[in-house]
Design a protein around this ligand. Structure first.
Ligand code: CMP
Length: 144
């Protein structure tokens, strides 16, 4: 079924000049871009986004990193896009990510793994609502 997911290119991806490369992968796959903006996330936003990791030892560093510079926040739409985007992104640990995936091709470090993607429909809904106003999302279909 058609669904939406939230993806974010992290500060390492932006600083390494990978925005075009990453956008292109999802465009060429055939997903539809319905939301796109660049922002430096506030601490509040970062802590909410990563709230499930609050008790983890890496939480403080994760929040510090994600708020350290511009993030490119995106909403993509398409058939099965939540799971498919996770496949295109690859495993969280870049050294375990398959070649051909974004992390498999472009990252080596778990704390600098270039991109985040929602892991399930519930988190996609939560993350889209957290990062975007409804008015920032475009409903569109190709002209024929
Ligand atoms: P992400 O998909 O954004 O979701 C949670 C993030 O926490 C994950 O990608 C990693 O970047 C980060 N993370 C997970 N485990 C570790 C770890 N052991 N050390 C540092 N960062 C981690």
């Amino acid at each position: 079924a058609t669904e939406r997911t939230f993806l974010a290119i992290k500060p390492d991806g932006v600083q390494r000049g990978l925005v075009g490369e990453i956008l292109g992968r999802f465009e060429r796959k055939g997903f539809k871009l319905v939301g796109l903006k660049q922002l430096v996330p506030s601490r509040e936003l970062a802590e909410s986004h990563y709230g499930v990791h609050r008790e983890r030892p890496f939480f403080a560093g994760l929040v510090a990193f994600i708020t350290s510079g511009p993030v490119v926040a995106m909403v993509w739409e398409g058939d099965g896009v939540i799971a498919s985007a996770r496949k295109l992104i690859g495993a969280t640990k870049p050294l375990e990510a398959e070649p051909g995936t974004i992390r498999g091709d472009l990252a080596v470090n778990i704390g600098r793994n270039v991109i985040h993607g929602s892991d399930a429909p519930e988190t996609a809904d939560f993350e889209i609502g957290l990062w975007f106003q409804p008015s920032e999302l475009c409903e569109w279909t190709p002209a024929d």
